[in-house]
Design a protein around this ligand. Structure first.
Ligand code: NAD
Ligand code: TDX
Length: 334
């Protein structure tokens, strides 16, 4: 399969490219990435001779048209992805997540190219801590942040292009990913790199918010299952039954670093902070036979800690600017 992978220099996209080369060596890969602050071309260094890298914007209609005309499928990861940034400056989220998706949809429509759209469980809003229900394919959309609203908008464009123009698309909505190559602005890498630097981890609010963690490799094997066997027009939720509150995650990290259990700070909460996400991935498991391989979060987390210890040259250049960004967004110890 000739693949166009958008956002391949970002966290999940880079891991997807690595997995694809290992598991599907017959594929050819073109990566389209505009290398925003979140993109890092060095994440693709180990596979540089196996891919074509195009430095460009998914909202560039002419460039996208040309690239899509030469492939069998598009896997669309590129996005502005950080909730905190979307509260500070929503415009790039509208431009990339909505207009960028529009640009890709017009091209796949024109050349009848298979399209897989990467989305998030955040489009469904949040659950109470005690709700027995989890998100499933029929859960109504109810996004909370500018980030999740633009992702929800892009999902709606995909649904409309599928129904009205016959675009051969699938959508996946995944829960929170962890693993190598994740930007240090995100919760787990931020705390790991803080601990490496001797800084106390930072928990928003009271640390009670729950996320449903999945290893990035499990996300990407699910994407491949959908690409190969998914029903056109179908949405699949991806999750690995990994619900944990943020305080528990910080507790596991403190243990991993041999630090006392109370060695963290509570800081200013995120505006509109979603309380809990939880995914029911029954459809994906029963229809496509997918199962996650990283059952044990504690050992997946330990391997991720080791990756950040071993790859300081990858994350170090962005650490100080990221912490400065949090200060300028008004983060304070409570
Ligand atoms: P990321 O921020 O690490 O990477 C995004 C990549 O997209 C970067 O390489 C960036 O340079 C590129 N990009 C941004 N704007 C672009 C543009 N206009 N043109 C071309 N490239 C552009 O994000 P991520 O965490 O890897 O997320 C990837 C996708 O997965 C996103 O669509 C996100 O919504 C979705 N998702 C993420 C998670 C998660 O936990 N990280 C969970 C569910 C879904
Ligand atoms: O320093 C922190 N302290 C803290 O308590 C940071 C950065 C975050 N948090 C909390 C906020 C969330 O409850 O940790 C949780 C996870 O935060 P993020 O890593 O920012 O992820 P989240 O907002 O849950 O969104 C992530 O999962 C869904 C991705 O960033 C999105 O791209 C994806 O769609």
């Amino acid at each position: 399969m000739r693949l166009l992978v958008t956002g391949g220099a970002g966290f999940i996209g880079a891991n997807f490219v690595h997995r694809t080369i290992a598991d599907h060596p017959e594929s050819t890969i073109t990566v389209l990435d505009s290398l925003t602050y979140a993109g890092d071309r060095t994440s693709l260094d180990p596979v540089a001779d196996r891919i074509d890298f195009v430095h460009g914007d998914i909202a560039d209609l002419d460039l996208v048209d040309e690239l899509v005309s030469g492939v069998d499928a598009v896997v669309h990861f590129a996005a502005e992805s950080h909730n905190d940034n979307s509260l500070n400056d929503p415009w790039p989220f509208v431009q990339t997540n909505i207009v960028g998706t529009f640009s890709l949809l017009q091209a796949v429509r024109r050349y009848d190219v298979r399209y897989h759209h990467i989305s998030t469980d955040e489009v469904y809003g949040d659950l109470s801590l005690t709700d027995p229900e989890r998100f499933h394919e029929q859960t109504p959309y109810n996004p909370s942040s500018p980030y999740s609203a633009t992702k929800a908008s892009s999902d709606m464009l995909v649904r409309a292009w599928t129904r009205s123009f016959g675009v051969r698309a699938t959508i996946s909505n995944c829960s929170n990913n962890y693993g190598p190559y994740q930007h240090v602005e995100k919760f787990i890498p931020r705390q790991i790199t803080n601990l490496i630097d001797g800084i106390r981890p930072r928990l928003y609010g009271e640390g009670r918010n729950v996320r449903d963690w999945i290893h990035v490799d499990d996300h990407n094997t699910a994407v491949w299952a959908i690409l190969e066997r998914g029903r056109i027009g179908q949405t699949y939720l991806i999750g690995a039954d990994g619900e944990l509150d943020n305080r528990t995650v910080v507790g596991l990290l403190l243990e991993e670093f041999g630090r006392p259990a109370d060695d963290f700070d509570f800081v200013t909460d995120r505006a509109g902070h979603d309380l809990r996400y939880a995914i029911d991935s029954t459809l994906l498991r029963t229809e496509l036979g997918w199962t996650p391989q990283y059952g044990d979060f504690r050992s997946g987390l330990a391997a991720t800690v080791q990756w950040y210890r071993d790859n300081e040259s990858w994350w170090r250049p962005r650490k100080a600017a990221t912490e400065q960004m949090y200060v300028s967004q008004g983060e304070k110890r409570l």
